[in-house]
Design a binder for this molecule. Structure first.
Ligand SMILES: Cc1cc2nc3c(=O)[nH]c(=O)nc-3n(C[C@H](O)[C@H](O)[C@H](O)COP(=O)(O)OP(=O)(O)OC[C@H]3O[C@@H](n4cnc5c(N)ncnc54)[C@H](O)[C@@H]3O)c2cc1C
Length: 464
């Protein structure tokens, strides 16, 4: 089948790869690279059920899949199901080799030192899983402002979820001579040895100089840490130790203590590594990726086109999308499709929008949107002023507004009927979830991808 995937976030890239593995002809159309490099870079399935009082009590059960039954009926997990979500998360861990899946939520330090539950732990963060009575040395760098080590240590010490002892040290290590202010990506490239201030002459010589500079920088950083760390402490560094897997592995052998990376505020190197691994896999699978293009608003056809179900007629009497209009630099293309994976994201990517009349819209297919709900309940945050409460819950209602789908991930109208038979909606655009608050974004993205891929196989009468 010719399948168009709209969007190159976690849900679009994953669905594209799964479909390619099932031998479909897949093309990704996207105008940007999606939210992965902005996200925490962990694999969140369900961290919190709701904010209804004491935070510690609101943690999802240790097995987040077991908590799905406690979610509201309108939550996307109710149609995705625990099996698809588990399959999706395991698929990503295996595909990228970047994660450990523990079967139970683990607590990791957030970029600000909150003990944050997640199911899929990046391997480079595994030594930093917060354990009762654990001792941690949080290492900041004077030249890297996006990792406030003293604040992170103070917040870890205040945690009411897990009792730990943390202290901070801020070291002096310019990424490159005279560089006073270095971003996460720049540090990662310096540690990888992909940059060098002194590189000159041939490309080969520059590469060798860069590699040496990277190794020297890793050695200097390890020596500084070894001088600061005390016996029994786990070292927590910002997630800046290279985009290449070998960089962290080499560094870890030089440090005389267990060491883990902690996600930084965006851009997240953890998320960037996942994005790079997925894009590389797409290239190897020879998936056609059209970047910097935009799928134009779709015009509904009047006549129903022929049915593509092979096992008897479809029970639906609604439209199929057979052509997309894609705008790119220099013109527009009309692209014939048999099915569409709509993974164009939510409000953050601009796929969902609110107009000057405060009405919500889905911008490509003009799909019906289900109104959102609040996550925070009254009284749950005693310190919150009434006006702040109203503003906060209004934002929560907005961000959980989205598309309702059936178990095949087809968008539904207000009466609960599929709007299209061959369009499948994934990830961030699904309504009824609060991914950033309940920590469920990756589970929803991957579980909905699995559900859609199975539904597409069913269209052809295949089993996968
Ligand atoms: C800043 C940030 C922080 C987050 N933090 C967390 C967290 O802590 N925990 C958690 O569980 N989840 C978090 N999430 C959510 C989680 O990362 C997403 O749910 C998940 O990555 C799935 O995203 P997606 O692929 O559905 O959409 P996105 O990643 O938003 O990708 C959408 C894609 O569609 C493309 N696109 C949009 N419109 C068009 C069009 N018309 N034509 C072509 N392409 C189009 C975009 O360019 C983009 O590539 C966060 C997301 C963001 C952005």
């Amino acid at each position: 089948m010719r399948i168009a995937v709209i969007g190159a976030g976690l849900s679009g890239l994953s669905a594209a790869l799964m479909l390619r593995e099932a031998c479909h002809n897949v093309t990704i159309f996207t105008h940007g690279i999606g939210g992965l490099p902005l996200s925490n870079g962990t694999l969140d399935v369900l961290g919190y059920r709701a904010l209804s009082g004491n935070n510690a009590k609101d943690l999802a059960s240790d097995d987040p899949f077991a908590s799905f039954t406690e979610l509201p009926n309108t939550h996307p997990y109710q149609v995705i199901g625990a099996d698809n979500a588990r399959e999706g998360v395991n698929w990503l861990a295996e595909k990228t080799g970047l994660f450990e899946i523990h079967g139970e939520n683990r607590l990791l330090p957030s970029p600000l030192g909150v003990a944050r539950p997640t199911l899929g732990v990046p391997k480079n963060a595994a030594a930093g899983i917060l354990t009762e009575g654990g001792k941690y040395l949080v290492v900041g760098l004077r030249q890297f402002k996006d990792f406030p080590a003293p604040l992170i240590a103070a917040n870890l010490n205040r945690s009411d979820v897990v009792k730990v002892e943390a202290r901070a040290v801020v070291l002096d290590l310019p990424g490159r001579a005279r560089e006073a202010d270095t971003l996460a990506t720049d540090y990662a490239r310096h540690f990888d040895g992909l940059t060098s201030a002194t590189a000159g002459g041939s490309a080969g010589a520059a590469k060798a100089t860069g590699a040496t500079a990277g190794a020297t920088l890793r050695k200097q950083f390890a020596e500084l840490i070894n001088r600061a760390v005390k016996p029994g402490e786990v070292v927590l560094i910002p997630a800046i130790m290279g985009l290449q897997a070998e960089t962290f592995l080499d560094f870890a052998t030089r440090v005389q203590a267990p060491i883990a990376e902690v996600p930084t505020i965006p851009a997240s190197i953890f998320g960037q590594r996942t994005y790079n691994a997925l894009i590389e896999a797409c290239r190897e699978a020879r998936i056609d990726i059209r970047l910097n293009c935009s799928v134009r608003p779709y015009r509904r056809g009047r006549a129903k086109v022929e049915n593509i179900y092979q096992n008897g007629p479809s029970p639906m009497v609604n439209d199929e999308v057979r052509e997309l209009v894609v705008a790119r630099a220099g013109g527009t293309d009309r692209v014939k499709v048999d099915a569409v994976i709509d993974a164009a994201g939510g409000f953050a990517s601009g796929n969902l929008a609110r107009d000057s009349h405060l009405a919500f819209h889905e911008t490509i297919f003009d799909l019906p949107l289900r109104p959102g709900t609040a996550f925070t309940s009254r009284g749950s945050t005693a310190a919150l002023h009434e006006i702040d409460f109203e503003q906060r819950t209004e934002l929560e209602r907005t961000l959980s507004t989205g598309i309702a789908v059936d178990s095949a991930m087809r968008p539904l109208d207000a009466a609960g009927n599929p709007v299209f038979t061959n369009v499948f909606c994934l990830g961030e655009m699904l309504g009824g979830a609060h991914p950033w608050l309940e920590l469920s974004g990756e589970g929803i993205a991957l579980g909905s991808a699995v559900a859609a891929v199975k539904a597409i196989a069913a269209l052809k009468g295949e089993k996968i």
